[in-house]
Design a protein around this ligand. Sequence first.
Ligand code: ZN
Length: 246
Amino acid sequence: MRIAIIADVHSNLEALETVLRHAEGENALGQVWCLGDIVGYGPDPAACMALLRRFDLRCVPGNHDHAAIGLLPTDDFNRDAAAAAHWTADQLSPEERSYLESLPHIVQEGDFTLVHGTLRWPIWEYLYSPDVALAHLQRQQTPFGLVGHTHVPMLVVEDEKAKEGCRMYYPEDGTAVKLDDGRLIINPGGVGQPRDGDPRASYAVYDSDARTVTLHRLEYDIAATQKKMEAAALPRWLIYRLSIGQ
Ligand code: ZN
C-alpha cells in the first residue's frame, strides 16, 4: 500500500492539490497521514479540510488547528500568525470546528507514531535538535515516528554510538529512506509553507511493500495562492514568505 505523509498544509489548496495529485499519480493511494496544521496562514482552510477528508485520512492536530478553534490562545503567536488565526476562525463551520476538535493528539498506525510537534509536547514542541529528538524517541513506542511543525524535511536516526545519541539529516528531493531495524523519526517538510529556503511543496510517500519513505518536492502555483491571500487581506509577510520558502 502507498500512503501519502503530509504536514503543515496551512490552508494552501494549490500546494495540497499538487501534492495529492502527485501522490495518486503512479498507483492508487491507500491512505493519507496528516501531521497537523491543516489550517492557519493560508486562504483556503475549509477547502483544504474538505479535500483531505475525501481520503482515508489519519490526522493529528497542530497548534494552528487548535488556535483556529480557540483551544490554544494566540498570545504566544507572532502578530501575523495571530491575525491569520483569527481570520481562519471566521471561515470554519461548526462542523469543521468540531472535526478539528475531535482529532487525537497522537495516532499510532502499525509501525508508525504520528504527532505534530513531539511526543513530549505534541502540539507545541519543535523537533530541531538532538536533545529534543532523544526526548521524543524515549516516548516513541513504535520503530518509526512522524512529526511536522518545523516545516523542514528531516530524518533522525537513533544511534547509541553517536555522541548525541542520534544523527540528523536533511534529505533532498527524491531521497528514499529504507525502513529496517533502526529507530527513526521523519519530518516530511511543509506542504503549504516550506521553511528550508526551497519554496516547493514538500511531502513523503510511504510504500509499505518496498518498506521505504520517499521525500518529494513539487512546484505549485504559488502566485495563485498569493492572489487569494491578497484578496483576503492576510498579512503581507505571510504572502511573501511563500515565494522564498521561509
Ligand atoms: Zn505549521
